[in-house]
Design a protein around this ligand. Structure first.
Ligand SMILES: Cc1cc2nc3c(=O)[nH]c(=O)nc-3n(C[C@H](O)[C@H](O)[C@H](O)COP(=O)(O)OP(=O)(O)OC[C@H]3O[C@@H](n4cnc5c(N)ncnc54)[C@H](O)[C@@H]3O)c2cc1C
Length: 428
């Protein structure tokens, strides 16, 4: 007989939610994380879209360590000197069904893991799972140091760099164009200063994405999220594109912080946290097989992450997949069949909800974002040239707008623009 009904590896968004659901269903569950404090090794941009969390923990808004509710969205196209920004602020962003919050993973993940413990999960932190206990192709549990712990079902929620999913025979090493690398800093500022600089009322905040000079023309982007008394700022760049670059991602971040669009909102701030992490950005093409006998993959370990350019999401996919994995495990254990076949309900549940539907709908987007270098250089420059034509007045005759737009368009090439628009529309 196995030691536990289920073992969950990784107390991030996916793993802790899976453990909550399993424990609530009356299953014996062990939640293991390599970090002494869950969350201390985790990173996000980040903002969490709360819908998936609300399904599992409906009172989260009163209890979870959330930073600010996001009610202001910005997307900026940067050249070295210019900034063309699209901004959307709306009460609709704050409605309960749409709510999203800036979060810091250290306090947030510790709270989430605590919910699993309160639900009845046995939690062991500060232990790295080094290997899986295998019996032929079946995963029977985990190995950590000299310990071998067995379970009917093992859920691997060990994040983007999951070595265990490879060991289970489910995933292969991702390709460089499917992964991005990011560097992030948390800069402390007084609460009122943040509210003033981002024009948000108390408790509300801003999410700001950047294309162009943030990554010095490389595929990727910059991000900035307002926390309660700090700002999270970072850059994400696609690995394949970085291979030929002499600028490492941390230097991109240093330069990005000096950009005239960003430097004033960080002025006077104090660096309190630095982190770097991988992001699976290959979309549906990189989603591995999700189940084998005795084992399921959830969250980033299953590569369930989406970058739409204007929206970066992984935490709500992690939570929804963690919940679905737990549900499938419970059904399989109850039916006495934890084979790959018995766990097939997991993939079906993901196909039936936003998780795999979003990835399927945007299957072509990662290739578009990676293979359209004009997005990161020529288009931000074109936008800036048009804006300068509209707003810079030096006393000479103002001229017709179309005469100002034409040279900017010509520089990129109308044919190129039409081609990219067609590809972009298809991908989105
Ligand atoms: C720069 C950046 C910006 C992002 N921005 C956003 C955003 O704004 N919004 C959003 O929704 N998503 C964002 N994401 C994606 C999101 O952060 C991830 O999709 C999400 O964190 C995945 O959660 P997870 O639980 O699957 O994995 P993780 O949060 O990575 O958790 C994995 C856990 O497994 C543990 N672990 C790993 N290996 C072992 C082992 N061998 N033994 C024991 N424990 C182990 C780790 O310690 C960790 O706690 C961003 C990601 C990055 C890197």
């Amino acid at each position: 007989m196995a030691d536990f009904d289920a073992i969950v590896v990784g107390a991030g968004c996916a793993g802790s939610v899976a453990a909550v659901k399993l424990a609530r269903a009356g299953k014996s569950v062990l939640l293991i994380d390599r970090a002494g404090e869950p969350g201390s090794k985790n990173m996000t941009g980040g903002r969490i879209y709360a819908h998936a969390l609300a399904k599992v923990l409906p009172d989260f808004a009163d209890e979870a360590p959330l930073e600010r509710k996001i009610t202001r969205e910005r997307v900026s196209f940067l050249t070295d000197a210019d900034n063309t920004t699209l901004e959307f602020a709306s009460p609709s962003l704050g409605l309960p069904e749409n709510a999203s919050y800036a979060v810091l993973r250290a306090p947030f993940d510790a709270w989430l893991a605590d919910q699993a413990e309160q639900a009845g999960a046995e939690c062991v932190f500060g232990i790295t799972v080094e290997d899986l206990v295998m019996d032929g192709g079946r995963v029977c549990g985990v190995r950590a140091g000299d310990d071998e712990i067995t379970a009917e079902v093992t859920i691997l929620a060990d994040g983007a760099n999951s070595l265990l999913s490879e060991r289970a025979g489910l995933a292969k090493r991702p390709l460089p164009h499917q992964m991005a690398v990011s560097a992030k800093e948390v800069i402390e500022l007084p609460e009122g200063v943040i509210s003033d600089r981002f024009q948000v009322p108390e408790g509300e905040g801003c999410a700001w994405l950047f294309v162009g000079a943030a990554t010095q023309g490389h595929a990727g982007g910059g991000f900035l999220y307002t926390n309660r008394t700090s700002v999270s700022i970072g850059v994400v760049a696609t690995l394949s594109d970085l291979c030929g670059s002499s600028t490492p991602v941390y230097k991109m971040l240093d330069a990005f912080k000096e950009h005239p669009a960003v430097a004033p909102v960080l002025a006077g701030g104090k660096l309190v946290e630095y982190s770097a992490h991988m992001v699976p950005e290959g979309g549906l093409a990189m989603v591995p097989k999700l189940a084998c006998d005795g084992c399921l993959l959830a969250g980033d370990a299953a590569m369930l992450c989406v970058n739409l350019g204007y929206q970066v999401r992984g935490m709500d996919y992690a939570m929804a997949s963690g919940a679905a994995a737990a549900q499938a495990a419970v059904a399989a254990i109850d039916a006495g069949d934890t084979s790959e076949q018995g766990l097939a309900g997991y993939r079906e549940a993901l196909e039936d909800c936003f998780v795999l539907q979003d990835l399927r709908d945007h299957a072509g987007l990662p290739a578009f974002l990676e293979q359209t270098p004009r997005l990161y250089g020529e288009y931000p420059a074109m936008a800036a040239e048009v804006m300068r034509g509209m707003f810079a007045v030096d006393g000479s005759p103002v001229g017709r707008l179309r005469d100002k737009v034409r040279p900017a368009v010509r520089r990129v090439g109308l044919r190129n623009i039409l081609k990219d628009v067609r590809r972009g529309v298809k991908a989105l």
